[in-house]
Design a protein around this ligand. Structure first.
Ligand code: PLP
Length: 367
């Protein structure tokens, strides 16, 4: 059988290795000049010059963002349940309550009507996820935020470089978190970057990531150690020079999938949105939900095509939360989606193989 096509594959080359070697040889490996340079470069390349704060993971960035914004016990933050658990975890770890709203089944991002229905006296903010690399409907969410005096925080973990009406994600809310985990569109090993609108808020985040101090041993806040190392920043700086080209390749692959896949619902790109295809996620007809595992097994075993399910269990249904919520689109998506390889190292032949495999297996499952 042809070589296995993994569902995701970080591209790490000689330049990244040389960058790490340079830092190791310098003898200074903790947060230092590489982190500072990475923050500046990330701001220039991806978030229109916004102030950026580097941290040791996307989750930490989200947690620090919420803490710096003063979110805590008694507050509610509206989030989707159709996302990685980190989104809800970050809210819960501040002592605030995540309130789960449903998604739109075309784009898999928050449904503004359901968000509006979930606003209460205690709501502090809304944290949409630009899931799979498709921007959430920030214009409509901003209207709701304005009506009720709420803040917007962006989970841009999967959406480096995505745009809505020409504007980059990460420049809509008070702050936005980008993940730099290896399977994301770019990586630093582990890591996260937070783009921040207000410099004073950025200063608080910088303090919170470093035990709450700006001046050594003069701690002003109770903080954490969420620092990024210079080793990770050096990797991230190299990746940053490539991420937009990689995104172009992701888009080319997605265009072929859009044109050639049959029997599944392909991703819909909302008007004015630029998708960066962190995932290329398709949806089976509901009648085939029970066959999803079997379909994925055949893709892997007979065609060497790896797939993933993001995410099979809505956050509110996880054992860690178990919160009742009526989220019909979330449940449908959780039961029927799966994601195809769309990473930039796929060859054109790989893409053809994925298309033929999906078309064959889905058609036979439906017969
Ligand atoms: C990856 C991810 C996170 C968390 O980022 P880490 O860097 O893994 O901590 C949060 N939200 C979403 C939607 C993600 O995909």
């Amino acid at each position: 059988m042809a070589e296995f096509i993994p569902p995701a594959k970080p591209i790490i080359g000689d330049e990244e290795r040389a960058a790490v070697d340079r830092v190791l040889r310098s003898g200074m490996v903790a947060q230092g000049p590489e982190v500072k340079a990475f923050e500046e470069e990330f701001g220039e390349v991806l978030v229109e010059g916004w102030d950026c704060v580097a941290v040791n993971s996307g989750t930490s960035g989200q947690h620090l963002g919420l803490l710096a914004s003063g979110v805590g016990p008694g507050d509610e933050v509206i989030v989707p349940a159709f996302t990685f658990a980190a989104t809800g975890n970050a809210v819960a770890l501040t002592g605030a309550t995540p309130v789960f709203a449903d998604i739109d089944l075309d784009t898999y991002t928050l449904d503004p009507d359901d968000v509006r229905a979930k606003v209460t006296e205690r709501t502090r903010g809304i944290m949409p996820v630009h899931l799979y690399g498709h921007p959430a409907p920030m214009d409509r969410l901003q209207e709701i935020a304005d009506e009720h005096g709420l803040e917007l925080y962006e989970d841009a973990a999967q959406a480096h470089g995505a745009r809505l009406h020409g504007r980059r994600v990460g420049t809509f809310g008070a702050w936005a978190m980008f993940s730099l985990y290896p399977t994301k569109n770019m990586t630093s090993g582990e890591g996260g970057m937070v783009s921040v609108r207000d410099p004073e808020l950025a200063r608080r985040m910088r303090m919170l990531r470093n035990q709450g101090m700006e001046v050594q041993y003069q701690n002003e806040l109770v903080g954490l150690n969420n620092r990024m190392t210079d080793i990770h920043a050096a990797i991230g700086r190299v990746q940053l020079t490539k991420v937009l080209d990689w995104t172009e390749r992701r888009r080319q692959i997605a265009a072929r999938f859009d044109a050639e896949l049959r029997g599944v619902a392909v991703p819909v790109v909302a008007e004015g949105a630029e998708h960066v295809y962190h995932q290329y996620t398709v949806r089976l007809p509901e009648s085939l939900a029970v066959a999803r595992d079997a379909i994925r097994d055949r893709l892997k075993d007979e065609f060497g095509v790896g797939t993933g399910v993001y995410y099979p269990v809505p956050t509110n249904e996880l054992p860690s939360f178990r919160i009742e919520a009526d989220l019909p689109n979330t449940r449908t998506a959780a039961a029927t989606v799966f994601s195809l390889p769309v990473h930039p190292s796929l060859t054109d032949e790989d893409v053809t193989r994925v298309i033929e495999a999906v078309n064959t297996v889905v058609e036979e499952a439906a017969a």
